[in-house]
Design a protein around this ligand. Structure first.
Ligand code: GLN
Length: 445
């Protein structure tokens, strides 16, 4: 069924590779297990994976020319745990190069079309993963979220997307963008599938020393929501001038409805909003410039055929292998880490990060949830922000707070604007409160 759908909707460009024969083989083996009553809890679930996740024996490109031909030597822990529960991995999904972007226009595999309106972007960086679920090309997909790359495309396409708490899911086998922000998240059409996949992937992993040792609750069995909740909404987000009026209205409608249903809803000030985006872009570019230094033409993927000595091999391989946006970020990151500017930018941004994290966690001990729009606008047209990186970065205005703070956050569909484009509602909870997040999302959907 899905293989057929992928074929008929190939023009969306969501999948960059389909594991047809191996997926069918996996499916047959699972059929036998089902007959013997030995199937895992994800038996029959068909999953697509973002092109930044390693799956042994298969190509992983991070949508970059620099990883041309690179074959994974091992399987990411998250994927292995899904396979162990009899999920079927159906293929590899398009994304922005190394997860850098908000429109899926920065990909060596070409752009991905938004099935809701094909003249518009699906969001990014996990655009292919969002579209695959929206267009019914797989049951569930994996994306990664460093600053909004699951939540923003989920909002633009009208599906559910979660960014778990930082450290909840092992990053082993995830090609790094910004290691202290990177998370693996899940796209789905309903809350239960999402919860089931996250509870299977999450948990301690000896291959990732930053993965949390905390036990993982069985989220999918905890979806019942019955107690009155304390909900905060951030004045500066809902009432920001940057927000499209219909998004503001839809968000306020939900808050009003919650109030009428007996929940406590309070407006709070978020004076740090102006600093969240600069903090995010200073720290992530710094980490990216370091992480991406390993791609030198020697160890992985692409090597320039024009090199004539060692130095030119490094230079040409990197110049020809990386795309514009990735180069911009490597330069920004190198700049903020350089000796004369380190304290002014990098150290300062780390201090501001601590303030934002402290503020957010503090608020989330007083309130159960923070509710805000996922994005300031609905899906925009291709090319609209291509020549203006700052306008593109502003798309992440509301998603980066959870990333800077490390807390979990989910985006759920919240109606449509008058052009029929999906609107996303974002909910944050305190670290490791995924069960509470899912229950609330389930209540609202
Ligand atoms: N759009 C953001 C960025 O380009 C988020 C990307 C992500 O979460 N991977 O950094």
């Amino acid at each position: 069924h899905y293989l057929k759908n992928i074929e008929t909707k190939a023009h969306l460009n969501a999948f960059v590779e389909v594991y047809g024969p191996s997926a069918l083989k996996q499916a047959e083996a699972i059929d036998t297990k089902i007959d013997n009553g030995k199937a895992g809890k994800l038996a029959g679930m068909v999953i697509g994976i973002k092109d930044v996740l390693c799956y042994q024996g298969n190509i992983a490109n991070a949508s970059s020319k620099i990883l041309e031909g690179f074959e994974s030597q091992f399987t990411a822990t998250a994927i292995q745990r899904l396979i162990d529960e009899d999920a079927i991995i159906i293929g590899r999904l398009n994304c922005d190069e190394f997860g850098m972007g908000s429109s899926n226009e920065n990909s060596v595999h070409g752009k991905v079309l938004n099935p809701v309106d094909e003249s518009r972007v699906p969001g990014g960086s996990s655009g292919g993963s969002a579209v695959a679920v929206k267009a019914n090309l797989c049951t569930v997909s994996l994306g990664t979220d460093t600053g909004g790359s699951v939540r923003q495309p989920a909002a633009f396409t009208g599906v559910i997307g979660i960014k778990p708490t930082y450290s909840r899911v092992s990053r082993f086998g995830l090609i790094a963008y910004a290691s202290s922000f990177d998370t693996i998240g899940v796209f789905s059409n309903n809350v239960k599938d999402n919860a089931l996949v996250l509870e299977t992937m999450a948990g301690p992993d000896d291959f990732d020393s930053t993965s949390s040792r905390k036990p993982v609750p069985a989220y999918s069995g905890l979806l019942h929501f019955d107690k009155p909740a304390k909900i905060a909404y951030l004045k500066e987000t809902v009432h920001s001038e940057a927000v499209q009026p219909e998004i503001k209205q839809h968000t306020l409608n939900v808050l009003e409805k919650l109030k009428n249903e007996g929940h406590e809803v309070e407006e709070v000030n978020f004076p740090l909003l102006d600093y969240v985006l600069p903090t995010y872009y200073i720290l992530t570019t710094a980490e990216a410039s370091s992480n991406l230094s390993r791609f030198d033409g020697v160890k992985y993927g692409y090597r320039s055929p024009n090199a004539h000595n060692l130095e030119s091999m490094y230079k040409l391989s990197r110049s020809e292998g990386f795309g514009e946006e990735v180069k911009r970020r490597i330069m920004l990151g190198t700049f903020v880490l350089s000796a004369s500017y380190y304290d002014a930018y990098f150290t300062k941004a780390q201090k501001v990060r601590r303030l934002i994290k402290g503020f957010t966690e503090d608020l989330l001990t007083k309130f159960d949830y923070i509710v805000l729009p996922t994005t300031p606008s609905t899906a925009f047209k291709f090319g609209e922000h291509s020549n203006d990186p700052v306008a593109m970065y502003l798309e992440d205005l509301f998603t980066v707070q959870a990333s800077v703070s490390g807390v979990p956050s989910i985006s759920i569909p919240n109606g449509k604007d008058k052009e029929g484009l999906p609107i996303g509602l974002q909910i944050m909870a305190n670290s490791f409160k995924e069960a509470e997040l899912y229950a609330f999302a389930n209540y609202l959907t």
